[in-house]
Design a protein around this ligand. Sequence first.
Ligand SMILES: Nc1ncnc2[nH]cnc12
Ligand SMILES: [Zn+2]
Length: 313
Amino acid sequence: MTTLPLAELHMHIEGSLEPPQIFEFAERNGITLPYADIDELRGLYEFTDLQSFLNLYYANTSVLRTAEDFADLARAYFRRAAAGGVTHAEIFFDPQAHTSRGVALEAVVEGLADAASSSEREFGVTSGLIASILRDQPVLHANKLLDDLLALDAPIIGLGLDSAEAGFPPSLFVDVFAKARAEGLHVVAHAGEEGPAEYIWEALDLLGVERIDHGVRCLEDDALVNRLVEEEIPLTVCPLSNVRLKVYDDLADHPIRQMIERGLIVTVNSDDPAYFGGYVDDNFAALVDKLGLTEREREILHDNSIKASFTSR
Ligand SMILES: Nc1ncnc2[nH]cnc12
Ligand SMILES: [Zn+2]
């Protein structure tokens, strides 16, 4: 087993909210959940597609109210990630999922920034925060979110784009991404998860992204694969997520080996570990088990993760 440094570059902190924590946070915030117990909640973790997952993911964020909640959530993730071999994590958060419920942006940022600022000392994990725009919400909200984050001087390293993909192309968000780049932020976008390869082209050409989150559907377009290889654009792939959201029927069908062989800079990530069957180490273990991932391939994936991280650029 390798002990090489490992960066996790595609993880939504709200997706690390485990069922027991949902009950714990609900209790301390005086919230009555629509589930009798943890088992009933766990019974809902069967998804047919991205939207069916997002419905539960957003519903469960209702238990996150205070800066302390966000700090505790992020600390629990850093602790678990470190135990799984992660040495650096660039984590997404979805501000609009909270501000739309009346939670102050300041509370979200303060809590996450607090945990991130001590993650290295506490857990040996360096970290950065990436605020993600919900692409299925109005474009004006995205512009306001970036302005609010800048006004707060939020300690973020980048801007991302997530939520329901099909029907919400990157081209909608040209202006907000241009502003983020002008402000010196790194920029990334989910593209080619459920949406077509065309959205990956748009994310590159119109948003100027430095990494593509997921991107597995690039394999439908040879010219796009060549471009990603030539320009060394990393793809943050999430194998267990892809199976749980039915992008592939089975992990044995996942094209990650083919992606490595074609020269793509692929990394392995957990996406929403509390929902999809585990953390980044669980993703590696499943790849070994189901695809026979070799030690050499594992080394390549670890190396790629460090190369693709923003701290090494
Ligand atoms: N896999 C995913 N795709 C798009 N948006 C998300 N938000 C949380 N997880 C996501
Ligand atoms: Zn994601």
